[in-house]
Design a protein around this ligand. Structure first.
Ligand SMILES: Nc1ncnc2c1ncn2[C@@H]1O[C@H](COP(=O)(O)OP(=O)(O)OP(=O)(O)O)[C@@H](O)[C@H]1O
Ligand SMILES: [Mg+2]
Length: 188
């Protein structure tokens, strides 16, 4: 994978497979500290210590369709290539937190990629699961919480093309605001 946004999608898939009901995705870019940190926190089944210890080994997977699990080891390698690291905190029955840190300016840091697209996919492919996406770039912060959207329009609405189209542009405008873009329609 060549983009952080695609790794985020892979982590979200892990959380979904773990039966999460709420997945929190946080991205913090701090150019002063020269760091980019992604954190995915879920309330899924968590991992036993033995699995947690092996999970960064590419031959560990609980998948039955394929013999190797590569998502976490690849992200770990990508973080380490950019002078960063990956850590996992997990408790059986409580959930998992995966944190990957990169040196923001590192020449080998992968680009962030299409976060709006990844988050749209994560949200609409599982309307019953709640997603919080928080993103900060220095002084600018933006977030979306599907619990708030569902309180307004209902869970079923997340499958309607018109709502998906609205969510797509809402996410795109939110992300563009973070990088200094102008918000065309007011986001409320
Ligand atoms: N959020 C999570 N909650 C519970 N278990 C997890 C979580 N993330 C990963 N795991 C466990 O760690 C294993 C390895 O995850 P990893 O993403 O590296 O590979 P994979 O998901 O099995 O395969 P791939 O990512 O290549 O499709 C998973 O099979 C799963 O057992
Ligand atoms: Mg995976």
């Amino acid at each position: 994978m060549r983009e952080i946004a695609l790794h985020v999608l892979d982590l979200v898939q892990n959380s979904l497979r773990a039966g999460a009901r709420l997945i929190k995705v946080e991205i913090v870019e701090d150019t002063h500290l020269d760091s980019l940190v992604i954190t995915i926190k879920d309330d899924g089944c968590g991992m036993e210590r033995a699995l947690l210890e092996k999970v960064l080994d590419p031959f560990t997977t609980t998948r039955t369709t394929r013999k190797v699990g590569l998502g976490l080891p690849l992200l770990k390698m990508a973080a380490e290539r950019a002078a960063g690291e990956l850590s996992i905190d997990s408790k059986p029955g409580e959930g998992t937190v995966v944190t990957a840190r990169f040196q923001h300016s590192h020449i080998d840091r992968m680009p962030l990629g299409d976060m709006a697209g990844s988050m749209l996919t994560a949200i609409i492919s599982n309307p019953a699961v709640d997603v919080v996406y928080r993103h900060r770039v220095d002084q600018r912060a933006w977030e979306v919480d599907t619990r708030t959207i569902k309180a307004e329009v209902g869970e079923e609405a997340l499958t309607l093309p018109v709502v998906i189209q609205w969510l797509k542009s809402y996410l795109e405008q939110g992300v563009s605001y973070l990088y200094g873009g102008v918000v065309e329609n007011e986001i409320s």
